[in-house]
Design a binder for this molecule. Structure first.
Ligand code: HEC
Ligand code: HEC
Ligand code: HEC
Ligand code: HEC
Ligand code: HEC
Ligand code: HEC
Ligand code: HEC
Ligand code: HEC
Ligand code: HEC
Ligand code: HEC
Length: 367
């Protein structure tokens, strides 16, 4: 993990207010020396142009210090959460003096809850009352996500989350991520759920806990995670021609960002650029471009998810795809072998117009 020295400074500034400025400076220097292991390493490398993914900013205490009890107290009653949480990056965030780390950085001060639970001696009503004394992510999705965005707002991937269609439709971080996947610890050897196609293609399945720890703490693997809510997309990927997402060879996030982008449909890149990341030969530039591709993008002719037509074409009969746009243009050129709607042009137009994505030698995409 990269530590941004500015943020270390930031954290210290908020926690050493009682010292004189000189002392603050000195303590910053000393702390920097103490952190030499990490910081010095960063200094020997050329400065990275990419900012650290997430700020390691200290979460300031919102309640009086005495209201925080620390992880050990929580462990006594929440062993599974404690154990699973301990394996994640969140458990080893750098600690700043007077800042909150561990369970309480998300759940808030826990003393009232812990005391209440202890005093309840198993009485259900009292226990239920004590539950209300801790933040448990049961409120609305905006409030829930904000707890995470305190830190993650600064990261490149999540910075647009507030404007994403997910956030706007009330989907929160915890619909996709799990901070302590307790089910995994209950069944450590349990293998991740896989689609029938993935099984057929023998895509390796990790035990659920490994999977979770190594795939951004996701509750489920893609695409199952996304299929839960996007049933229409699941149906599209079940069609005979499709990108191999259900087989596990590609992910939804190769094309989309679940955290939101400024592009339509939360695409990773602007329109066709999303596709030409992989299909680079279709990017051009060509001497003779097909205006359809340039203006409307790949989806003028292809469906991105799945289709009943070959080559993910948007229409089953290729000819009808072309004459959507090439309608009734009078044929005046002497060399033109066909009238577009005539029988001569029956069958696939690409029999002759074989370089349909663009050509460097022929304005009619013949070769
Ligand atoms: C004395 C035992 C005890 C201690 C200590 C304790 N809890 Fe709990 N906690 C419980 C019990 C019991 C429940 C109710 C479980 C249930 O309803 O299934 C609970 C529920 C919760 C919930 C869910 C609340 C809800 O509304 O469903 C959260 C979150 C939680 N605890 C977090 C913490 C954190 C964080 C700490 C440490 C600061 C902590 N607990 C300390 C016993 C304890
Ligand atoms: C990074 C934020 C974060 C941290 C840190 C965190 N939790 Fe949670 N916790 C959550 C979220 C989010 C939920 C809501 C349930 C879910 O969707 O996973 C939750 C739910 C819970 C629950 C209720 C589970 C239920 O079944 O309702 C308990 C108990 C709990 N956490 C205990 C802990 C303990 C103990 C720690 C420290 C070892 C801890 N949490 C640290 C985010 C966090
Ligand atoms: C105190 C700040 C803080 C809070 C609050 C916080 N995170 Fe994080 N989170 C981090 C840091 C720091 C990292 C490590 C980033 C890195 O290594 O680039 C991280 C990493 C992650 C990762 C990647 C884990 C991995 O293994 O790669 C996910 C997913 C994540 N956080 C989700 C959440 C969610 C969801 C919440 C709210 C329930 C949350 N975080 C709350 C600071 C925070
Ligand atoms: C609709 C599902 C979804 C929602 C909602 C969501 N995420 Fe994610 N998140 C993912 C997926 C999927 C990945 C893995 C991306 C990949 O592997 O390409 C991921 C990856 C991450 C990562 C690790 C990669 C990185 O960007 O550094 C972090 C951190 C993270 N999410 C934090 C959050 C936070 C914080 C929120 C809420 C503000 C959130 N996510 C909301 C699905 C979601
Ligand atoms: C090959 C790239 C690619 C992959 C992989 C992909 N998508 Fe898409 N998706 C697109 C494009 C491009 C559009 C816009 C379609 C349009 O303009 O008509 C889109 C549109 C969408 C839409 C909005 C329109 C609709 O059909 O409802 C949703 C929701 C969506 N995708 C979800 C997903 C999910 C979930 C997955 C994984 C199971 C996924 N996508 C995988 C490229 C992709
Ligand atoms: C908890 C339910 C839920 C989950 C899980 C979920 N989504 Fe969504 N998603 C929604 C809702 C609701 C919308 C907004 C309504 C819409 O536009 O269809 C949305 C919108 C989208 C859009 C924008 C569609 C558009 O037309 O602009 C894309 C793309 C998308 N989701 C992809 C994904 C991907 C990829 C995943 C998995 C990593 C995922 N979703 C997981 C509920 C979910
Ligand atoms: C992450 C890489 C990747 C991205 C992004 C991507 N593709 Fe593909 N595409 C592939 C691979 C790999 C294949 C071969 C699939 C196979 O053999 O199952 C393929 C195959 C195709 C095919 C031919 C299908 C067939 O039946 O032979 C078309 C058409 C296609 N992609 C269009 C698109 C479009 C349009 C987009 C953008 C919306 C896109 N691709 C984005 C990797 C990608
Ligand atoms: C004007 C309609 C049209 C547009 C726009 C278009 N394609 Fe195609 N594409 C086709 C047709 C028709 C075929 C089938 C060619 C054949 O049958 O030989 C095809 C085939 C393909 C194939 C599989 C065969 C091959 O040549 O590799 C890929 C991959 C592909 N297109 C990707 C793309 C991408 C990426 C874009 C956007 C940059 C795009 N297409 C834009 C019409 C189009
Ligand atoms: C989304 C609309 C659209 C689709 C679908 C489409 N085209 Fe085009 N095509 C155009 C436009 C616009 C031009 C540029 C016309 C111009 O410059 O006068 C063009 C140009 C051409 C040209 C070059 C000759 C010229 O008039 O400049 C040929 C050949 C051609 N298209 C063949 C095809 C074939 C074959 C298909 C089916 C695989 C197809 N087109 C699908 C819109 C489309
Ligand atoms: C048998 C081969 C062949 C087939 C099949 C064919 N074309 Fe052509 N097409 C040609 C040739 C050769 C030219 C170039 C004439 C010239 O050089 O002026 C041409 C020219 C064109 C032009 C540019 C001329 C103009 O009108 O501006 C368009 C557009 C076009 N074809 C569309 C199509 C469509 C759409 C189809 C399918 C319905 C199709 N073609 C099927 C051979 C074919």
């Amino acid at each position: 993990m990269c530590i941004d020295p500015d943020l270390v400074w930031d954290g210290l500034m908020t926690t050493t207010g009682k010292h004189t400025l000189g002392l603050v400076k000195l303590s910053v220097v000393l702390t920097a020396v103490a952190l030499a292991g990490t910081v010095a390493m960063a200094q020997t490398l050329p400065a990275s142009k990419v900012p650290a993914s997430v700020t390691t900013k200290a979460i300031p205490q919102k309640s009086p210090a005495a209201d925080y009890v620390g992880n050990d107290r929580c462990r006594r009653c929440h062993k599974s959460e404690f154990t699973e949480f301990g394996k994640t990056v969140h458990a080893s965030l750098p600690q700043h003096k007077d800042s909150v780390v561990g369970c309480e950085m998300c759940h808030g001060a826990g003393k009232a809850h812990a005391d209440g639970q202890e005093a309840s001696h198993g009485d259900e009503a009292k226990s239920a009352a004590a539950n209300k004394l801790i933040f448990a992510f049961k409120g609305n999705s905006k409030v829930n996500s904000e707890r995470c965005l305190v830190c993650h707002q600064s990261s490149k991937q999540q910075s647009q989350f507030d404007h994403s269609s997910h956030a706007q439709q009330g989907v929160a971080c915890l619909d996709c991520h799990s901070i302590h996947l307790v089910e995994a610890s209950d069944n450590p050897k349990g293998e991740a759920i896989q689609s029938a196609q993935a099984k057929f293609f023998s895509v390796p399945a990790l035990p659920e806990e490994n999977r979770w720890l190594h795939s951004s703490l996701l509750k489920k693997n893609q695409p199952e995670l996304c299929y839960q809510c996007h049933a229409n997309v699941k149906a599209a990927f079940a069609l005979p021609t499709h990108h191999r997402v259900p087989e596990g060879a590609m992910k939804c996030t190769d094309c989309h960002s679940p955290h939101g982008t400024s592009n339509q449909h939360e695409l990773q890149q602007l329109a066709s650029e999303t596709c030409t990341q992989c299909h680079a030969e279709k990017r051009g530039p060509f001497v003779f471009e097909h205006a359809a591709s340039r203006v409307e993008g790949c989806t003028a002719c292809h469906t991105p998810h799945g289709s009943t037509s070959k080559m993910l074409l948007a229409r089953r009969e290729e000819r009808t795809l072309c004459i959507q746009c090439h309608v009734g243009k009078p044929t005046t050129t002497a060399l033109m072998p066909h009238n577009i709607q005539s029988f001569q042009a029956n069958g696939a137009c690409t029999r002759c117009h074989s370089v349909i994505h663009g050509s460097n030698s022929d304005r009619n995409f013949l070769n």
